[in-house]
Design a protein around this ligand. Structure first.
Ligand SMILES: [Zn+2]
Length: 166
């Protein structure tokens, strides 16, 4: 029941968003600035993020594969947004994709938002933090078939790991 309510609220939120986007194209920059719970200027983000984090989270960059130490994490815990601390993914949903980027079959409920990205000439589902809008990675449909079939391909530098306390 809780899930259904959540899905309903998410739908209302998404449909409100798309209307707002249509009606406010002139004030789009203002709209973007107020769309997320946590917003900062470019300069403020530069001050709190490392250059590598800034490139990924704020400029939709991609880290080199196999470069993140989060790839190897197997202990229970939560992967949070490196920019705002929002809960994004949990170790129990992490799987070895062989791509060199931390991969998950699902996100924490309400943790992420989806957009579209056609930078490579074809459309991909872009994943960002639901709280600050920071770019995280992309969503693909070649994940584990025995679970969700989804592969959330996430830049390790966009996240921090918080081990579960015992
Ligand atoms: Zn965030």
């Amino acid at each position: 029941m809780k899930k259904i309510l959540f899905a309903f609220l998410a739908m209302v939120f998404i449909s409100c968003n798309s209307n707002a986007q249509k009606n406010n194209s002139e004030t789009n920059s203002k709209y973007v600035a107020s769309k997320y719970e946590v917003t900062k200027t470019d300069q403020e983000w530069k001050e709190i993020l490392t250059p590598a984090q800034y490139q990924i989270l704020r400029k939709a960059g991609t880290e080199r594969p196999f470069s993140s130490e989060l790839n190897d994490i197997k202990k229970p815990g939560t992967f949070i947004c490196a920019a705002c601390g929002n809960d994004l993914y949990q170790t129990k949903n992490k799987f070895e994709s062989g791509t060199g980027w931390p991969s998950f079959d699902r996100a924490v409920d309400g943790g992420i938002g989806l957009g579209s990205d056609s930078k490579l000439g074809y459309s991909r589902d872009e994943i960002h933090c639901a709280v600050c809008g920071g770019h995280l990675g992309h969503l693909f449909n070649d994940g584990p078939r025995e679970t969700t079939g989804k592969r959330h391909c996430i830049n390790g530098d966009a996240m921090k790991f918080v081990a579960e306390s015992k």
